[in-house]
Design a protein around this ligand. Structure first.
Ligand code: KG4
Ligand code: ZN
Length: 351
């Protein structure tokens, strides 16, 4: 189908602290309006669910208006509405799902309740065209760290591994806090690491021993790493010595990226998959990008990473997955679609 004749799909994302409204036609992105409540959470060092829900409620209508204005469309032009129905923060999801239902009902258009993780994968189509299938998705953000086999982003997503404790982004945020860097910490660690040495401190690589690999070959664990960094920093402070922030940041970042890329490439190679797609906020990490490319290339594997603005949570990703649902003729969700904070990744299109 030519994009100019493809249906106009509006996507709403409210699973965490970003209120996103995206508008796409086929694989063409027309608008991607995002309002973030991240600054309201900064002093707490993490997202406060109640604060996020209220912020979504306040930002929803202005963000919708901004998206329509940017796309140069009226709401009545929209052919289908897509919304993240999970996983995410329950109260935050409810705001987006309620708004999407109101729109679908008022406009008399189909509603697609989609999985947030699959949307992180689908968004890449807006930038790099149709997804190769199968592909191996490495999704790394403040809320999730997973390796997924994607045979069809609208119907067949299989989890291969996930974190058993902290998400990768959460580890970046917690370590940043230890180092006195602002929230969210990922970008600050990334920047500090550039002037540090990645081999200065030998931090542990979670779930990488031979024994762990037997049971958790494609799973991650970052909480031991976070504790190791905390102990190292405390020992320095107790000895009255300055903490070399750049070296700690670089060595910590290397430990995270080493495990993520090693396991992603191993998963792709063992499944005979030739394309790795990286998504989620941590995909913006400069070292992660370089190391993934480097290790994948050794096995002839291609790597796709959407631009940073599309890696973090946004409405365009939801619209992109919604557009794919429409293109593949999937049955829309019913208007009593629930918000499911623990929606399994295998459920790409909810009720
Ligand atoms: O996908 P996202 O916007 O929201 C969810 O958590 O779903 O991801 C935000 C996370 C935060 O933990 C943030 O610290 C991390 O992505 N992040 C980074 C970088 N930019 C954002 N982590 C490492 N390096 C970065 N450059
Ligand atoms: Zn996300």
């Amino acid at each position: 189908m030519n994009d100019s004749s493809a249906p106009l799909v509006l996507g709403i994302e409210t699973s965490c602290d970003e209120t996103g409204v995206g508008i796409v036609r086929g694989h063409t992105l027309l608008a991607d309006a995002v309002a973030s409540s991240v600054e309201e959470h900064a002093r707490f060092g993490g997202v406060v669910p109640e604060v996020a829900s209220r912020a979504h409620l306040e930002a929803m209508v202005p963000t919708l208006e901004r998206a329509c204005e940017t796309a140069g469309i009226a709401l009545s032009d929209v052919d289908a509405v897509a919304v993240t129905s999970g996983p995410g923060l329950a109260g935050a999801l409810l705001v987006g799902v309620a708004a999407a239902k109101a729109l679908a009902l008022g406009l008399e258009k189909p509603l697609y309740g989609v999985n947030h993780l699959a949307a992180h994968v689908a968004v890449d189509q807006l930038e790099h065209g149709p997804l190769p299938d199968p592909c191996l998705a490495m999704l790394v953000s403040g809320g999730h760290s997973s390796l997924l086999r994607v045979d069809d982003v609208t119907s067949s997503v299989t989890p291969l591994g996930a974190t058993i404790d902290d998400a990768a982004g959460e580890a970046f945020d917690k370590v940043a806090r230890l180092l006195g860097l602002p929230f969210p910490g990922g970008p600050h660690i990334d920047r500090a690491a550039r002037s540090g040495s990645s081999v200065a401190i030998d931090f542990p690589r979670g779930l990488s021993s031979r024994r762990d690999l037997e049971r958790h070959r494609f799973d991650f664990s970052f909480s031991g790493l976070k504790t190791a960094v905390a102990r190292w920093v405390q020992a320095r402070e107790a000895a009255g010595e300055p903490v070399p922030v750049a070296d700690v940041a670089a060595s910590f970042q290397e430990a995270v990226c080493d495990v993520l890329t090693r396991k992603a490439v191993d998963a792709a190679v063992s499944a005979g998959i030739e394309d790795i797609l990286v998504g989620g906020g941590v995909a913006a990490n400069s070292r992660l990008r370089v190391l993934t490319e480097e290790r994948a290339a050794r096995h002839g594997i291609r790597v796709r990473v959407p631009r940073p603005g599309l890696c973090t949570d946004n409405g365009a990703m939801v619209a992109a997955l919604g557009a794919e649902m429409v293109a593949r003729g999937r049955t829309p969700s019913s208007l009593d679609l629930p918000a499911d904070s623990s929606l399994p990744v295998t459920e790409v299109l909810a009720g």
